[in-house]
Ligand binder design. Sequence first.
Ligand code: PLP
Length: 391
Amino acid sequence: MKRTWVNETARSLPPSGIRRFFDLVAEMKGVISLGVGEPDFVTPWHVREACVFSLEKGYTMYTSNFGLLELREEIARDLQENYQVEYNPCNQILVTVGVSEALDLALRALIEPGDEVIIADPCYVSYKPCTIMAGGVPVEVPTKPENGFRPSVEDIEKHITNKTKVLLLCYPNNPTGAIMDRTSAEAIAALANKYNLFVISDEIYAHLTYDGKHICLASLPGMVERTLLLNGFSKAYAMTGWRLGYAAGPADVIAAMTKIHQYTMLCAPITAQKAAIEALRNGAVERERMVDQYNQRRRVIVSGLNRIGLPCVEPKGAFYAFPSITGTGMSSEEFCEALLKEEKVAVVPGNAFGKTGEGYIRCSYASSIDKIKEALNRMERFLNNRRKAAL
Ligand code: PLP
C-alpha cells in the first residue's frame, strides 16, 4: 500500500497565493510587475563594501547563536534612538534569518497547542500558516477601509476567548499600507494589558512611514514586558537577499526563541551581520533617499488609481496601494488574471492575504515611476475595454 509521507499539517497548508500568481508571470514576456514586495534598489554600496571587506578579512565563521554582539549593540542603540525603547543587547535581542525566521521562532516559542492568535485580516501571507505550524489557531479580525485598515478595539475584543494568547500585528501594513496612529496604538496596548495578552509586532516597514512618525508598540506604557518587536534589513535598507532580521523582547521569550534557533539555524550568516552593522551605523542617508523615492511613487500611484476608477485609501506606510476592484464586478483573482493576460500588468489578488482582502488588489510601488505610469495606462485601458464590453 502506498504510504503518505507528508504529514497532515503540511499537506493541508495552502500554497502562498502570491507564489501561485508569480509562476504565471514567470512564463510571460513584457510584463510590468507591481507584484513583488521587494525594493527595486540594490543595497547601498557602502553596505555591500563592508561585507566584501569582512570576507577579505576572513570573517567566514559561525557567530554566537544570538548574533554578533557588535550588531546587537547597534540594534539596541538604533531602537533607543528611534523609539526610546530599551533592550539589553546581551539577552534581549536575537539576530535571525530575516523577520520570517523571527516570526516562526516566536510562534513556536509562545504557542501551546490550541492557543489562539488574533491576526488583523488581511495580513502578510505567512502569519496564518506559521501559527498553524506552531500548533496555534489563527483568529482573523477583519479590518475595514473606513477604519484605515486598523482593527478597532471593539472588533478585537469580540474575538478574545479564554484561549487567546497572542495578538499578531503589522504596522505599517502589508498589504494595505495602513499605519498605526497613537490613539489606536494606545487603545490596543490597554486591551493587551486588560486581557493579559502577548503582542508580536512586525515592524519591518517602520522606516517606510510617510505621515508622521512610526509608533513602536513596545514603547507604549506597560508594553515592553509583553511585546516582541520584529524588524529587519530587507525593506528599509534594500537587503532582501541578505536574509537578516531580529527580534527584541522579554529575556525569557528571547531565550526560548534562541534555543529553537540554535538547533534549527545555529546563527544568521556572518557576512550579512557585518553588512547590517554598517547599515545601522552609516545607512540613514541612503535609507531616507529611498524612502523619498517611495513617497513620490506613492503619490503617483494613489492619484492614478483613484483617477482610473479604482478607489484607494491613502496608504501611509510600506510600499503598497490596496485599491478596491468591487466596482468592476470581478473577483480579485479574476481581475488579476484578466489584467495579466490582456495588458501584461501583474498585481496580487487581495484574497491572497486573507478573506477580507477579497474585492481588493495589492499594487507594490517599489518600482520606477515610469513603470508605475505605464502600468496605470495599461490598467486604464483594461478598465475602459471592460466598460465598453459591458455596454
Ligand atoms: N513581514 C512582513 C510584513 C513582510 O511584508 C515581509 C516580506 O515581505 C516579511 C515579514 C519577511 O521579511 P524578511 O525578508 O525579513 O524575512
